[in-house]
Design a protein around this ligand. Structure first.
Ligand SMILES: [Zn+2]
Ligand SMILES: [Zn+2]
Length: 391
């Protein structure tokens, strides 16, 4: 091959590479322009740091994909997890601005062209997750919350399916979600009471179902707050005989009214000791430091302690192994929310049996105050934000 031929070949290669790079750049720019043009404008309430002070915040969300729905958010519950996460109780690496909220109820206002299960005007909800791989062993058995690639949580989570953007949650006026992660809400169900079920409901319904609770089972709920008062209602609906534990006398009347057989303030040591070897299963919804051994002693042979509440890392209860070995084959297991299929089942069951949280509706401007009350243990059950009042 002559020098001229080699020169021409190199020249041709350079021209081809240049053309490909130019086309790529034009395509990328167009894609970027069309993406940013189609992005959804949102406004909500955000935290700028871990001080717990909310401010009005405008942002945008990823464009409506073919399988997505756009939901106008009407109500958003405040979960104790929101407070833990906002205040960095679980990790010091949270990202801000943070728009929390994973108890979302609203109305569909737009659907992508491939959406099959929803139409404009339907009532719909979103819980703790907005995406997962759909392929792994856990996703295949409808346990998306345990996706082996990591599910995308509704807020403060890296959305690997949308350019790694950080998700923003329900303390806002709208949300775009794949229809696979959207829950149908019947039109006659009260949206403000349904919202907290999307986390607190499934978080308690799923382990109660997994534990195969039967009529007359002797069980207990430890912690009578946002999760505990819903757990009690499911257990009563299943015919179990339920004892409720908390650290105050103030909640006794409410617990008995909701069907508890007995209420015990665990600060009363003598009352607690009388209950050793009593329960088949105890559900702990406690979000703060507690003594697991005290509860384990209250279990019968082969009894189970189910951990549902997640205390801050600095207050995480620990279990001494040797005393545990001497107990009667008692078991401890943990559980995180539930899959989407089971969340829909929970919602249908709750609406049918009229199992709803006790709520107090607040305006977006009151969120910072509500956080303080939740942190100090002064909240009664569940706050729900009326997102229509967003200015
Ligand atoms: Zn939650
Ligand atoms: Zn998966």
């Amino acid at each position: 091959m002559s020098n001229l031929q080699i020169f021409l070949k190199i020249k041709l290669c350079v021209i081809i590479v240049t053309i490909i790079m130019t086309l790529n750049t034009i395509y990328a720019q167009e894609r970027h322009v069309s993406n940013s043009r189609d992005r959804i404008n949102s406004k909500g309430m955000a935290l700028m740091d871990s001080q717990g002070i909310f401010v009005p915040f405008e942002f945008d969300r990823h464009a409506l994909g073919n399988n997505d729905v756009l939901i106008e958010i009407l109500y958003s519950g405040i979960c104790h997890s929101d407070v833990h996460q906002a205040l960095q109780d679980w990790t010091e690496n949270e990202t801000y601005p943070m728009v929390p909220g994973h108890e979302i109820a609203g109305r569909i206002v737009k659907v992508g062209k491939n959406v099959k299960n929803f139409k404009v005007g339907d009532h719909a909800g979103v819980g703790c997750m907005v995406n997962s791989c759909g392929q792994c062993n856990n996703c295949k058995v409808h346990q998306e919350q345990y996706c082996l690639k990591g599910c995308v949580f509704t807020y403060a989570s890296k959305d690997i399916y949308h350019d790694n953007e950080i998700t923003k949650g329900g303390y806002s006026n709208n949300i775009v979600v794949s229809e696979k992660f959207v829950i149908k809400i019947p039109k006659h169900a009260p949206l403000e009471k349904v919202a907290p079920l999307l986390c607190a409901g499934i978080t308690t319904y799923s382990p109660i179902k997994a534990a195969k609770i039967k009529k007359n089972d002797k069980v207990a709920v430890a912690g009578f707050g946002g999760l505990g008062h819903i757990a009690l209602q499911y257990l009563v609906a299943k015919g179990a005989k339920v004892t409720v534990f908390d650290i105050t006398d103030n909640k006794q009347n409410e617990a008995i009214k909701m069907g508890a057989e007995k209420y015990v303030n665990v600060k009363n040591q003598k009352e607690v000791e009388k209950l050793d070897n009593s329960f088949r299963i105890i559900f702990s919804t406690i979000p703060a430091k507690f003594d697991p051994v005290m509860y384990l002693k209250m279990l019968q042979l082969d009894g189970e302690l189910v951990l549902i509440g997640a205390p801050p890392i600095k207050d995480t209860p620990t279990l001494a192994v040797t005393p545990f070995v001497f107990t009667g084959r008692r078991k401890v297991w943990g559980t995180l929310i539930g899959g989407i299929k089971e969340t829909q089942e929970m919602l249908n069951y709750s609406v049918k049996n009229k199992i709803y949280p006790r709520i107090e509706i607040i305006e977006p401007s009151q969120i910072s105050d509500a956080y303080k009350k939740i942190k100090n243990g002064e909240a009664q059950f569940r706050y729900v934000i009326d997102m229509n009042k967003l200015k």
